[in-house]
Write a protein that binds this ligand. Structure first.
Ligand code: KG4
Ligand code: ZN
Length: 329
């Protein structure tokens, strides 16, 4: 079995994954959303202090598995350095105490593996990664060979939901809240412009800061922010945010083949986005792969699943060589 730890941002999570059949034997996550909501976003220092309290609490519940562990897997990049350190320190301590090898796991590869929890990996696959920190379109030949087809030039997809939510006075993180308001809104009421059209339309990249500013001006122009207007702004913003993603994805695959398409990351829980991707995949006769809702946002189960692949390859890292990095190598 592998014990995995995730602490790259504001979720403390530990999982136990059986190596042979990839079965998830234990998984627990403690979210810090409520604590950070007061500040309208994640406060790294506070997140680190909370990890120091919650990670050991979760670890206590995994003691029954200790005698059967073969390795410790931990997210070491990318993420907030001060929070990554909490997980990595715990992993190193466990490695020394139990005499087990260490596996350093890339958080983004972890998200990709959220598609394969309790299942076999399936590559090649094209993957859209939409989280709070990243918006990337990837051609994944294997976990070692990942080609970046497009990424964001500024804000990420999930981050734009959080920033629009903040402007509307909604709680952090705002992605799911905006999605639920959008369900009751008129998505055509506000005619926001799809980003990166016109002169730069040849560019294969995403951009969300301009759309965020359009929404800000729209909010400022409202004399009466009633419930219906709030829903209409959410619906109109979500429509354009997803239309932008889809426009660039369609462009990327105009001449590229795609058979298997996966969507991962916290924002992949968005059903409006999933519907748009379903239509795209149907038009390409491709299969859409999604993670279970509970594994879309940050969790240690996906890190454990990635850990199994790293373990099988013998990709162990020495204690002194396991470093945290805020961005990927
Ligand atoms: O993957 P994740 O848990 O953390 C990072 O690695 O960043 O993603 C969190 C992000 C937040 O920005 C959150 O607002 C967004 O995912 N998110 C959503 C939805 N649920 C979460 N965005 C849009 N629609 C949702 N339903
Ligand atoms: Zn993440």
């Amino acid at each position: 079995m592998i014990l995995s730890i995730e602490s790259s941002c504001d979720d403390s999570s530990i999982a136990i994954t059986r190596i042979d059949d990839k079965k998830l034997l234990f998984h627990k996550k403690i979210s810090q959303d409520a604590e950070h909501a007061k500040y309208g976003g994640v406060v790294p220092e506070l997140a680190a202090r909370l990890h120091a309290v919650t990670l050991p609490k979760i670890l206590e519940e995994t003691q029954v598995y200790f005698s059967e562990l073969k390795a410790i897997a931990v997210t070491n990049e990318p993420g907030l350095s001060v929070t990554l350190v909490e997980g990595v320190s715990m992993a190193k301590a466990l490695s020394v105490a139990l005499g087990l090898p260490l596996l350093g796991i890339n958080h983004l590869k972890g998200h990709i593996c959220s598609l394969f929890i309790e299942d076999e990996t399936r590559f090649p696959m094209d993957v859209l990664l939409v989280s709070g920190g990243h918006t990337q379109l990837l051609h994944v030949k294997s976990l070692e060979h990942i080609e970046l087809l497009a990424s964001t030039m500024d804000d990420s997809f999930g981050e734009s939901f959080d920033k629009v939510g903040k402007m509307l006075g909604l709680a952090y993180p705002a992605g799911a809240v905006i999605e639920s308001y959008a369900k009751r809104g008129d998505a055509k009421r506000f005619d926001f412009t799809i980003p990166l059209q016109g002169t730069s339309s040849s560019l294969l990249a995403f951009s969300y800061s301009g759309l965020k500013n359009q929404v800000r001006l729209c909010i400022e122009a409202q004399e009466n922010m009633d419930e219906q207007t709030l829903c209409d702004i959410c619906a109109s913003f979500q429509r354009v945010a997803v239309a932008h993603l889809m426009q660039k994805i369609k462009k990327a695959y105009k001449e590229r083949k795609v058979e298997h398409f996966g969507v991962v990351g916290g924002a992949s829980a968005n059903l409006y986005l999933r519907d748009a991707l379903e239509s795209f995949c149907a038009s390409k006769k491709a299969l859409l792969h999604t993670a279970k809702m509970e594994f879309c946002s940050d969790n240690a189960a996906m890190i454990g699943r990635c850990g199994v692949e790293a373990y099988k390859k013998g990709a162990f890292v020495r204690l002194e060589d396991l470093k945290v990095r805020s961005s990927s190598k």
